[in-house]
Design a protein around this ligand. Structure first.
Ligand code: UD1
Length: 363
């Protein structure tokens, strides 16, 4: 059985790691295709090394551009790749542009597609990822879901029940298998921080970082929080260039955080695990903090991952300075670890997907 496994951007790598392993344990050697959407070593290579992902069989080297260019260039390269090395099925993960490009290309070539992390919906069509999710799901043959809301969304959209496979969360497979090594790293100590007495911030979503007023409102809150406890900010290349471009570095009331390079997987996990709370606009981090039971404040108006709020440690706070500060205060007044971990996030999701694929894919 020939399976091509697609990855392109940072949040994909922790999802393909357990899949590559589970497939190969099941005797299926996946062909790993890196689209090249993320190309900086610290956004890509580091993850392959730390997570023991086999080197990609091919890297398409697509790189950055407008979304339309990035998606169409990825599709053009993938058409050649899938034609030369035709798989029986393509497995895509998450919601990045590479996910959409691969699902659409495979479908057009008559190759079946499995989508891992299917069915998530923010219902906010201004998010590029929401369009990617909706289109990817609509063309995928097998929809592997990570939380109950995803099954509900797909059923509401009229997807046949036999296409929906509730399996759990592959990213949490990776978290569980690497937590001990991450803890042993004690990344915070190298930054002179004490466990439980600092916050972690991540920020990269265009809706937050491309609009000066929005970013200013968040950075103003971060400045005030940093008066109470240190805020460590592993900074995405896009966010860094916006902060410079908007001239924020020269304004004291928007500074005060400790900015560090984008972190590798283990360092980031170590930092989150020992933090008092996390402030983020990432999708994956909402789930990772839920798995760690670390309080998470999401700097967005909506989430496609409601289980992290219903059961987990997450709450939505938007981007208004006063709202963020009020939520931070509530967290500081409350317990250090909160919420429950969804039952199916048990570290065995990739194994379940590999078993299902053995039945679903007939070469
Ligand atoms: C992408 C995903 C987003 C995910 C995020 C995680 C889409 C639509 N977005 O957003 O869902 O949460 O990855 O990081 O697919 N850049 C570099 N080095 C790199 C890659 C990018 O410097 O290795 C810079 C470039 O200036 C580039 C910009 O970051 O233009 C944005 O990169 P892009 O891949 O378009 O989207 P992300 O914002 O990273």
């Amino acid at each position: 059985m020939k399976i091509s496994l697609i990855a392109g951007a940072r949040p994909n790598f922790m999802k393909i790691a357990p899949l590559a392993r589970a497939l190969s344990d099941a005797g299926i050697q996946p062909r790993i295709i890196h689209t090249g959407q993320h190309y900086d070593a610290r956004m890509s290579e580091t993850f392959f090394r730390e997570l023991n992902i086999p080197d990609p069989d091919v890297n398409l080297g697509v790189g950055s551009g407008t979304h339309v260019w990035q998606i169409s260039e990825t599709m053009r390269c993938l058409e050649l790749e899938f034609t030369e090395n035709r798989p029986d099925a393509v497995l895509v993960v998450g919601d990045v542009n590479s996910t959409l490009a691969a699902a659409l290309t495979a479908t057009k070539l008559g190759i079946r597609v499995g989508h891992v992390e299917a069915g998530l919906r923010s219902l906010d069509r201004s998010m590029p990822e929401e369009i990617n999710r909706v289109v990817t799901d609509s063309v995928s043959d097998w929809l592997f879901t990570s939380e109950p809301s995803a099954e509900d969304n797909l059923r509401r959209e009229g997807v046949a029940p036999e296409r929906i496979h509730p399996v759990g969360n592959v990213m949490i497979d990776t978290l569980r298998s690497h937590l001990d090594s991450a803890k042993a790293m004690r990344r915070h100590e190298k930054l002179g921080l004490k466990a439980g007495s600092y916050a972690v911030l991540t920020l990269h979503r265009p809706s937050n970082v491309d609009r000066p007023e929005q970013l200013e409102s968040i950075m103003r809150a971060v400045h005030r929080v940093s008066g109470q406890l240190p805020v460590v900010f592993p900074i995405h290349p896009r966010t860094e260039s916006r902060i410079r471009q908007f001239g924020f570095l020269d304004r004291d009331e928007l500074n005060g955080f400790t900015s560090i390079e984008p972190q590798g997987y283990l360092a980031m996990l170590s930092l989150m695990e020992s933090s008092r709370f996390v402030l983020t606009d990432s999708g994956g981090i909402q789930e990772e903090t839920t798995a760690l039971r670390v309080p998470c404040l999401t700097l967005r108006e909506n989430t496609e991952r409601p289980v992290t709020i219903d059961l987990g440690s997450n709450q939505l706070v938007g981007s208004r300075t006063e709202d963020i500060l009020a939520a931070v205060q509530r967290i500081l007044d409350g317990p250090t670890r909160i919420g429950r971990v969804p039952e199916s996030w048990d570290g065995r999701t990739a194994e379940r997907i590999a078993r299902l694929l053995e039945d679903l894919v007939q070469p």
